[in-house]
Design a binder for this molecule. Structure first.
Ligand SMILES: *C/C=C(C)/C=C/C=C(C)/C=C/C1=C(C)CCCC1(C)C
Length: 234
């Protein structure tokens, strides 16, 4: 096999590489910190580690795929999201459970996240000439999640929670609004060709770099919020 080099200006490959290392390092951190975590929050910190670990394995593949083909690893990307985003919903459930969250909340969040991802995949990979329509559907599911955390059930439960949990939910809300908001931008950039928002295609931005930044911010950041909660409240 030919030996593949990363060109010094290949920022896409660079962010895949850094992403892999960051996810690996974060996983080691969360897993080892389980020893210092009280019983109450151990499952939550474990789920943080599982999220970054699943991402580390996918990043390892995506890094190689992108380097060998020069293409976007759309399929691996969405498989990763399909596993990790529902686990982030599990994180919301686990921390609000202490204030009485019902399992139905977990299923609603997971359902909305699956709708968001499947419609996004459809628009990005299967029918790119209808990317705007499917992106809109995906966006609606995304807004439902934002609403649930901001004003809906998660927000209501937050009010009944301890100050430390409230603080964590507020931080996670910021991740969902700002951090997750990075992804639609990647989608607009990546599917702009021939769409009414073609302008985004001319921005000289790269979809994979945007997604890679989003993943690092959200998966590791989310995990650290949970970790901080586990430290501040035993
Ligand atoms: C670890 C991975 C995470 C947190 C992935 C989150 C992905 C999203 C919030 C994706 C959202 C999308 C839209 C809101 C519209 C366009 C299509 C998507 C799937 C990129």
């Amino acid at each position: 096999m030919e030996h593949l080099k990363i060109a010094t200006d290949n920022y896409v490959a660079f962010t895949f590489f850094i992403g892999t290392m960051a996810m690996m390092a974060a996983s080691v951190f969360f897993f080892f910190e389980l020893n210092n975590t009280s019983q109450k929050w151990r499952t939550s910190v474990l789920v943080s580690g599982i999220i970054t670990f699943i991402a580390a394995v996918h990043y390892y593949y995506m890094r190689g795929y992108n380097l060998e083909t020069g293409e976007s690893p759309t399929f691996f990307r969405y498989v990763d999201w399909l596993l990790t985003v529902p686990l982030m919903c599990v994180e919301f459930y686990l921390i609000t459970k202490k204030a009485g969250a019902k399992q139905s909340l977990l299923w609603k969040l997971i359902f909305a996240s699956l709708v968001m991802l499947v419609t996004g995949y459809w628009g990005e990979a299967v029918v790119p000439n209808q990317a705007a329509f499917w992106g809109l559907l995906s966006g609606l599911a995304y807004f439902w999640i934002v609403w649930a955390v901001w004003k809906g059930e998660v927000a209501q439960l937050s009010k009944a929670s301890s100050p430390a949990v409230q603080k964590a939910i507020n931080s996670l809300l910021l991740f969902v609004v700002i951090g997750w908001g990075i992804y639609p931008l990647g989608y607009l950039v990546g599917t702009a060709e021939g769409q009414w928002y073609a302008f985004f295609g001319n921005l000289n931005l790269n979809m994979d770099i945007i997604y890679n930044i989003g993943d690092a911010v959200n998966k590791i950041g989310f995990g650290l919020v949970i970790y901080a909660l586990s430290r501040s409240e035993d």
